[in-house]
Design a protein around this ligand. Structure first.
Ligand SMILES: [Zn+2]
Length: 309
């Protein structure tokens, strides 16, 4: 098998090592309060070969215009270095983004983040939404998840996070399945299932339903350890019967489920619209628990927003 040509490999003198060295924590730390270094680091993630390219058509011949603007020689699109990327959603400078990522990895509250960074609640909240979308967009099933089936498509206008949530009811609230494979977890959208489907299975086929606030989950179903959805006040929770025996996922003391439940409780007041963002965040944290999350998240944020139209 031919080897990849050397010149397409990232330049080793840049800060982001392909294989993370033992002192990567210190290297990352050094970026947090150095605006220029932080910016170079993020640019390196956006343009791994060091050369800019058009975020719209991928063409590599671009002209520099005044300020930071660039123009594509092929499609004439005028753009900024971070145009069309998740990181373009939010009024943070590069070092602030990296500090926010560290606080996110540490699971700090929005209030703590806003205090630490000296930013407004709304600025932090919007930037966190961009981080969560970037995580979700990197999942294998991203295309399925950023779609009308989940309602997440309504948050995106083109490649910008400027939209808002869509109203959801019993017949539109999506259902997700928890699949365990060895040490990994997968949170899947279950196509064709809505909250209504699970109420129907409960009433007519005795599928066990457990309610905890707005979170409703089931006993084992086909290949899934549990199905679940996050509801809202429009649902008939009163039809859910109580059980003496716990459902499968509680009975086996599933490691992911224990991890997720303690966090879901902290997400009190989470909406059915944003639920998949939080579940994919938990999937990401759990599956990468031995890895340097901050570096991975910085790379996800610098990725292009996928074209979902
Ligand atoms: Zn172009």
């Amino acid at each position: 098998m031919p080897e990849a040509p050397r010149d397409v490999m990232p330049n080793s003198s840049h800060i982001m090592p392909a294989i993370v060295s033992p002192d990567h924590g210190a290297a990352f730390e050094a970026l947090l309060h150095d605006e220029d270094k932080a910016r170079d680091y993020l640019l390196e993630l956006a343009w791994p070969t060091g050369d800019p390219f058009c975020p719209r058509c991928g063409h590599r011949k671009v002209y520099s215009l005044s300020g930071e603007r660039l123009r594509c020689a092929a499609c004439k699109y005028t753009f900024q270095p971070f145009s069309g990327r998740w990181i373009n959603n939010g009024a943070l400078n590069p070092a602030e983004w990296l500090r926010l990522i560290v606080l996110f990895v540490e699971e700090r509250s929005v209030h703590q983040m806003k205090e630490e960074l000296g930013l407004s609640y709304n600025t932090v909240y919007k930037a966190l939404t961009a981080i969560r979308f970037a995580i979700l967009a990197n999942a294998l099933d991203a295309r399925q998840l950023i779609s009308p089936a989940t309602g997440l498509d309504s948050y995106l206008k083109g490649n910008r996070l400027t939209g808002g949530p869509r109203e959801m009811r019993m017949d539109t609230i999506p259902v997700y399945g928890i699949l365990r494979r060895d040490d990994l977890v997968f949170i899947d959208l279950v196509p064709g299932f809505q909250a209504e489907t699970l109420f129907h299975f409960h009433m007519n086929f005795h599928l066990k339903l457990i309610r905890s606030g707005n979170l409703v989950y089931t006993d084992r179903y086909k290949e899934y350890d549990a199905l679940m959805f996050c509801g809202n006040d429009s649902l008939p929770y009163e039809v859910i019967r109580r059980y003496d025996e716990p459902p499968h996922i509680d009975a086996v003391h599933d490691e992911f489920w224990g991890y997720a439940q303690s966090r879901i409780k902290k997400f009190r007041g989470i909406s059915c619209q944003r639920f998949p963002l939080y579940m994919k965040e938990l999937e990401f944290r759990f599956n990468n628990r031995e890895k340097p999350l901050a570096e991975i998240l910085a790379a996800y944020l610098c990725a292009l927003v996928p074209d979902t139209d």
